[in-house]
Design a protein around this ligand. Sequence first.
Ligand SMILES: Nc1nc2c(c(=O)[nH]1)N[C@H]1C(S)=C(S)[C@@H](COP(=O)(O)OP(=O)(O)OC[C@H]3O[C@@H](n4cnc5c(=O)[nH]c(N)nc54)[C@H](O)[C@@H]3O)O[C@H]1N2
Ligand SMILES: Nc1nc2c(c(=O)[nH]1)N[C@H]1C(S)=C(S)[C@@H](COP(=O)(O)OP(=O)(O)OC[C@H]3O[C@@H](n4cnc5c(=O)[nH]c(N)nc54)[C@H](O)[C@@H]3O)O[C@H]1N2
Ligand code: SF4
Ligand SMILES: [Mo]
Length: 696
Amino acid sequence: MPTKPPRTWGRSTVDTACPLDCPDSCSLSVSVERGRVAAIDGSKRTPTTNGFICAKVRRFGDRVYGLERLLYPAVRSGRKGDGTFRRVSWDEALQTIAERLEEVRRTVGGEAILPFCYGGSNGLVTQGTTDADFFAALGSSRLARTLCAAPTGAAAQAMYGKMAGVAYEDYVHARLIIVWGANPSASGIHLVPFIREARARGAALVVVDPRQTSLAKLADLHVPIRPGTDVAVALSVHRYLFEHGHADSEFLDAHARGAAELRERARPWTFERAGEVSGVAPAMLHEMAELYRATTPAVIRCGWGLERNRNGGNAALAVLALPAVAGKFGVRGGGYTMSNSAAWGLATSAWRRVPDPDTRVVNMNRLGRALTELDNPPVKCLFVYNCNPVATVPDQNRILEGLAREDLFTVVFEQVMTDTAQFADVLLPATTFLETYDIARGYGAYNLQLVKPAIDVAGEARSNMEVFAELAARLGQRDDVEGEAETMLRVASAIPADVRDAVLGDGAQPLPPGGRTPVQFVDVQPRTADGKIDLFPEALEREAPDGLYRFQADPATEQFPLALISPASEKTISSTLGELRTAPASLYMHGADAAERGINTADVVRVFNALGEVHCTVTVGDAITQGTVSLPKGLWRRHTINGATATALAPDGLTDLGGGASFNDARVQVTRILPAALGERPVSVWVADDASVREP
Ligand SMILES: Nc1nc2c(c(=O)[nH]1)N[C@H]1C(S)=C(S)[C@@H](COP(=O)(O)OP(=O)(O)OC[C@H]3O[C@@H](n4cnc5c(=O)[nH]c(N)nc54)[C@H](O)[C@@H]3O)O[C@H]1N2
Ligand SMILES: Nc1nc2c(c(=O)[nH]1)N[C@H]1C(S)=C(S)[C@@H](COP(=O)(O)OP(=O)(O)OC[C@H]3O[C@@H](n4cnc5c(=O)[nH]c(N)nc54)[C@H](O)[C@@H]3O)O[C@H]1N2
Ligand code: SF4
Ligand SMILES: [Mo]
């Protein structure tokens, strides 16, 4: 009788890293069997990963080999948006694109071409390299890549020159941790064990969030803020520090500019006034301020939840200024963590061709308007890659209207059949990070690692570098655009020499910048022009509609009184992996808001405003602030009853600083849909059973 081969027969393990748009950038151990993924797990090569990863990426093989994976180039064969395609060769697909781009450039002008990219794989090589060079050479419109981190980025840049932040590992040294507008239990899970350890050692935990997240449940103080009011709350803490003699004037004199102006703008924000605006009891604001004053080391984890509204930039400034005013720097476990993407000092501009500064800039948060209203010239060709705008960009209905335009030529370069891919005229299949090279850089954890192909390429998928280099060749740009190997080398050469070998070799991971986890104002200093903290950046004062540290009123109306937020869920990374989400979407709503509307858990509701409407089920609970409702970000159209998601309700207004997205300025009304209105549809199918629903 033949004996069975051992289960490990033909298996090998590849050490690689996760480049998805997640702060943690885990080190991975991928088991491969006959060229295919057998298992994906965390490795211990980076101390923050420590051998575990999220459930989503453990399942990434289901995306690689799933039914929705794009395997071949294709061209549209049906009506716009109906998702029917005919397979073609790479040669035909690329030739069609090259000819169309050239024709548009010649007859209408380069600016009629709009490249559209964002989070995709977040590695250093798959965007901003060959692609950027290619579009710069074409003279296409330039994309303001502002979908995320634009206001927090503007604030952190102007105030601190994006100084490196407190490392996850150093949270154990804190005596007080404030998690402000972040939900690491879903969006950066490797911070959580360090917070738990700090708590076990006696640290206090404060969470500022409209939802009662799992960390908020653990917290000593949960500050249940109304979305968009962080600037008022943070200024009330500043006021307390300044007006009661608790500001660290010695530190401010030595290391900061603009403290007097900040003090002036904070002056009106008594706890009572901030309480009125934010819905938080003034006594609780006082308690938070006093706890922060009295406790050292104290660290603030500033997230991105506070930036996605009209006050997002000023909110980030006011929160990031707290450790300066309170004198919390200079000790391990004290200071702040925002994005650490700039910490390695990679000169990204070093590998980019500079586009003509006179070419038009299109803010990506206004894609719908760009496609339907922009003139002189209108957008004639949209080239989408590393992005799924139908699911992730504000004002979904206007985007759908634009994509349906018969005279628009749309290329979508994707891994799977997304809601955006359905609208392609030419569809190109992209490799995943398991099939190509990249360099992954954490923006929370201090990880910088090589991403390596672990498996055979699925079907005929190609990498971004290959495709843009090939298009460049067809358009006669060969002198301008490098090929894949050169691009990889060019990016690698921007990595600081002292860590390059560690990154590119198979050996140890590099130590964080500075050689150890940095203590702010000991190992790392602000990278502003004069090395000081700028608490009142003049350039931003001119940019913000009402000036710095000003509060713009809530956009709620009598007609649309509820604030709809759409934070990260543990099921997807933005919309990536949404094809594997089987649970339908459910709106989370506070019991009092539900009772007022005669709504109960599992009812079907209509969530609507002037921009659109979403039909889905509802989950009623008390883990959200009254007046706020929540849907997950990154849903696909299939996850709701009527094919609209939270972005259909998100206005395309820009944040006060940085031109960012204002998803959480959506103001809505919610009503129950009577079963009769749903016709024959079996409502039971839509009753969610999903952890992300149990936790709003
Ligand atoms: N599993 C998973 N991980 C992810 C992602 C994902 O989609 N899924 N996305 C990745 C990306 S692209 C990013 S940018 C990060 C984002 O990660 P986070 O910084 O965690 O950002 P959000 O999930 O948008 O919101 C965080 C929290 O802010 C709260 N919030 C909403 N509005 C406000 C407000 O006005 N003020 C305050 N104080 N809180 C508010 C929300 O309720 C939420 O709990 O996560 C990354 N990691
Ligand atoms: N309602 C709501 N929407 C939001 C937010 C919110 O708070 N609320 N937050 C937003 C945030 S924080 C972000 S960062 C954005 C992200 O929005 P997007 O940039 O749209 O990010 P993803 O949804 O991850 O989509 C990226 C796509 O790129 C594809 N891709 C991955 N790697 C490659 C590659 O190598 N080549 C090519 N060609 N394609 C690739 C993936 O398959 C995926 O479909 O979403 C925003 N959307
Ligand atoms: S998505 Fe985040 S937590 Fe999951 S494997 Fe990637 S880096 Fe790690
Ligand atoms: Mo993001």
